[in-house]
Design a protein around this ligand. Structure first.
Ligand SMILES: C[S@@+](CC[C@H](N)C(=O)[O-])C[C@H]1O[C@@H](n2cnc3c(N)ncnc32)[C@H](O)[C@@H]1O
Length: 199
C-alpha cells in the first residue's frame, strides 16, 4: 500500500511558486505537443471513458487526437497562457463545430486546479511543463518548489483512474522521480509514461 503524503501547501506558497515559474514561449515545439496526442491514441484503452486534463496547455496541438478518442471532454489548464488555449479551441471548432461543448480552458495553476477534481476522474497529461526550467524555474532552490513538485505529483496520481495512465512529454528526471514516489509505476520503455496500477 503506497502512502500518499498529506497535502499541506497553502495557496500563498503555491502563488509564490507560480510567480517564480517561467511560462517560456508557450510552445515548446509543435512536435512535442503532437507526440503527446499520438501517445493518447496509442494508449487509447487506458484513456477512453474519462476526461482529459492537460496542464500547461498553451497552444496545445492535441485536439485533433482527443476527438479520435471516446472521451467526454478536454480541459486545458494554464495560469499564463489560457488565451492561447482558448484560441486553439475556437480555431478547431470553426472547422469541427460538431465538437462544441467538448473543450474548455481554465486560467489556473495545475496544483490548485487538480485539488478541486474528483479522485480517479481524469487522464492528466502535459507537454513541456514538468521541468524545473518551467515550474519554479526562477527560484530553483526554493523548498516550496520541491514541495509543489511532490504535491502536484500526488494530485496527478489521485486524479488518475486505477489502470489508467499519465503522460508527461519532456518530464525531467526530478519530476519522473516525484511521480514514481507519488505511486506511479514508470514505464519500462518510455520515460514520459506513468502507469497507475491496482494495489
Ligand atoms: C514550454 S510551455 C509548453 C506549452 C505546450 N504544452 C506545448 O507543448 O507547446 C510551458 C507551459 O506551462 C505553463 N505553466 C507554467 N507554470 C504552470 C503551472 N503552475 N500550472 C500549469 N501550467 C503552467 C506555461 O504557462 C506554459 O504555457
Amino acid at each position: 500500500m503506497i502512502e500518499i503524503p498529506i497535502i499541506y501547501m497553502d495557496q500563498e506558497a503555491i502563488k509564490r511558486v507560480v510567480k517564480g515559474s517561467n511560462p517560456m514561449d508557450y510552445v515548446l515545439s509543435r512536435g512535442c505537443s503532437e507526440d503527446l496526442g499520438e501517445q493518447l491514441l496509442r494508449y487509447k484503452k487506458s484513456v477512453e471513458g474519462r476526461r482529459i486534463i492537460e496542464i500547461g496547455s498553451a497552444r496545445t496541438g492535441i485536439l485533433p487526437h482527443v476527438v479520435q478518442l471516446e472521451v467526454p471532454s478536454y480541459v486545458g489548464v494554464d495560469p499564463f497562457a489560457v488565451n492561447a488555449t482558448t484560441s486553439v479551441i475556437e480555431e478547431f471548432l470553426k472547422d469541427n463545430p460538431q465538437y462544441a461543448g467538448m473543450f474548455s480552458a481554465e486560467s489556473e495553476d495545475a496544483l490548485t486546479f487538480l485539488r478541486s477534481q474528483p479522485t480517479e476522474s481524469a487522464t492528466v497529461v502535459s507537454s513541456g511543463v514538468l521541468d524545473f526550467s518551467v515550474i519554479g524555474g526562477k527560484i530553483h532552490n526554493d523548498p516550496d518548489v520541491a514541495q509543489y513538485q511532490r504535491e502536484l505529483s500526488s494530485e496527478i496520481y489521485r486524479v488518475t483512474p486505477v489502470n489508467g495512465i499519465s503522460y508527461h512529454r519532456c518530464a525531467d528526471r526530478e519530476w519522473q522521480e516525484a511521480l514514481v514516489s507519488a505511486g506511479f509505476k514508470a514505464d519500462e520503455i518510455s520515460d514520459f509514461l506513468f502507469l497507475k496500477e491496482s494495489q
